[in-house]
Design a protein around this ligand. Sequence first.
Ligand code: SF4
Length: 210
Amino acid sequence: MGKDFIKLLNEIRACRICLDAPLRKKLAHEPRPVLQVSQKAKIAICGQAPGTKVHLSGQPFTDRSGDRLREWMGIGEDVFYDASKLAIIPMGFCYPGQNDKGADLPPRVECKATWHDALFAELPQLELIILVGKYAQAYHLKGHPQFHEYSKFPLYKLVESYRIFLESPVLPRYLPLPHPSWRNNNWVNKNDWFREDYLPLLQAKISKLL
Ligand code: SF4
């Protein structure tokens, strides 16, 4: 690993911006950045932000959504938590807290403003970036001409257009994915193509890059 990369990673792991110099309301708890990254992995999962369980465990996707994500990807925990094979880089590294209805808040804006450009610049080896949810999709696809067309539609329309992004001649390629939460069960159950076409293709791509 390069010196610049190690320095950057150490700075992220020690980050307290959302307590000491927040751009919006101060974080209500101690920051605990949760990410998994190396300069070897060719695949990255880019999601939203840790929830309460991940905040406690300090390990990404240690919840039911993680079990489902691993099932969708066709890999076990041994591969999923191997940083040399898979990077996990959410749009907010720390648990953002909850609103007064008990729902998780969006990823902290400070993370994207401070870290993401620098971190992805250190990861030129990435070939496939799996985008879980709208925040990751908006950040990673913002310069993609097709994204402007699809961003006018609901998130699922973007997922349905996965082949356009996946067939891009430029690396890394992107694959929009719905969040693997139970909240999306209805959508998953209604869309046979997602289970029968999309997931086998996703698993084949992953297997080739591992
Ligand atoms: S959410 Fe990001 S910017 Fe905020 S304290 Fe955590 S690592 Fe730093």
